[in-house]
Structures are given as C-alpha cells and as structure tokens.
Design a protein around this ligand. Sequence first.
Ligand SMILES: CC(C)(COP(=O)(O)OP(=O)(O)OC[C@H]1O[C@@H](n2cnc3c(N)ncnc32)[C@H](O)[C@@H]1OP(=O)(O)O)[C@@H](O)C(=O)NCCC(=O)NCCS
Length: 178
Amino acid sequence: MSKSAPRTGNPKSPSRKIPQSATTPPDARLAGALQIRPVRRGDLNAVTEMDAMVTGIEKRDYWNSLYHRYANAVATGQHFLVATSNDEVIGFVIGEVRDWEFGSPPCGWVFAIDVRPDVRLAGTATHLLQAICQGFKRAGVSKVRTLLSRENTLILSFFRSQGMMIGPFIPLEMDLES
Ligand SMILES: CC(C)(COP(=O)(O)OP(=O)(O)OC[C@H]1O[C@@H](n2cnc3c(N)ncnc32)[C@H](O)[C@@H]1OP(=O)(O)O)[C@@H](O)C(=O)NCCC(=O)NCCS
C-alpha cells in the first residue's frame, strides 16, 4: 500500500493565489463572476440580513460597530471582506491578526464566515477564506485559527475541507454568579 500524503495544508488547492480584490469566472450556481473585495458601507444591509437568515437574530448595531472597527483597518491586521456576484453581496468573512493572545505568537483568526444559502456549494467560502488568509500572510503571520460550535457540523466540514485541523487550545467557560 502506498503512503498517503500528510493531511495538512489546503487539500482543495495548495497553490491557488487569490488577491484581496479578485474576480473569478462564474460557477453555474452564481449569477455572475465572483468578486472578493473589502466591505463597503452599502453592503451592511445585505450582511445583516444574511446573518439574520443564518442565525435567526437580527443584530444591526453589532454589524454597524464591526463595520466601524474593521472597514479600512487592514493596516492593523483586521479584515472584513465580502463576496459579490452581479454586484450582489452573497457572502462575507471577518478576521484579524491577534498578537500573543493565549500566549501564542501572532496568528490570523477567522471569526465569521457566511454564504447566502441559495448560492452555497459554488466555492464562494473557499475564495473568501483564501483571500483573508492572503491578507494574514501579507501581515507576516503563517498560521490561521478559528473557533466553532461543536454542533455546527456544516462549518466544521467546510473548515476541514480547507485543511484546518484541531489546534492546541481547549476552550473553557463557567457561569458567573449574579
Ligand atoms: C459553511 C459555509 C460558509 C460554506 O460556504 P460555501 O460557499 O457553500 O462553501 P464552498 O462551496 O467553498 O465549499 C467548500 C467545501 O466545504 C465543504 N462543504 C461545504 N458545504 C458543505 C455541506 N453542506 N456538507 C458537507 N460539506 C460541505 C465541502 O467539502 C466543499 O467542497 P466540495 O463542494 O468540493 O465538496 C456555508 O455553508 C455557510 O455560510 N454556512 C453557515 C455558516 C455559519 O453557520 N456561520 C456562523 C458561524 S461563523
């Protein structure tokens, strides 16, 4: 039996490079070519509605405040990117470089990624993740991490498909007494 390759890196496409603002030809499930670019104020409604569709909770103030903190903050390692097709926002990703958190050297953290349900499985999230990872690399870090809910097997399948593996940290929590 031949030895299989080590299961690290990105099994989808180890060397595909996607700049932060890039256009790829349309997948059959998308209305037009896919573009990844930094978020603009005019995208916020679509982002808020997409998140409400996925989580069932509308958090307009939260998304406004994230926009203020992350839009135009690439220089400080923060990224808020959207995916568009035919000028419509169909997905987004948010993350940032965090220095020495939990004692670890600076690394990129992805803390939100969503694609509109009607255009999933067309490679949009893959492109969003690759674009934000390139931003992290440009900032000089060589590792990306995320945290996800144990029950969310969909997001787990997605991150595993991109080559992400269990990391060295254990999340802990407790209730605070009132
Ligand atoms: C997870 C999510 C971002 C994936 O978006 P997407 O654009 O459909 O992903 P892609 O098309 O790039 O899929 C890449 C790979 O992920 C895996 N994947 C994606 N959706 C999957 C599904 N429903 N079942 C199993 N694997 C899946 C597959 O391996 C897929 O590759 P393949 O199509 O070659 O099989 C999207 O389903 C989503 O927004 N889900 C809700 C996210 C969420 O819960 N967010 C809140 C916490 S941040």
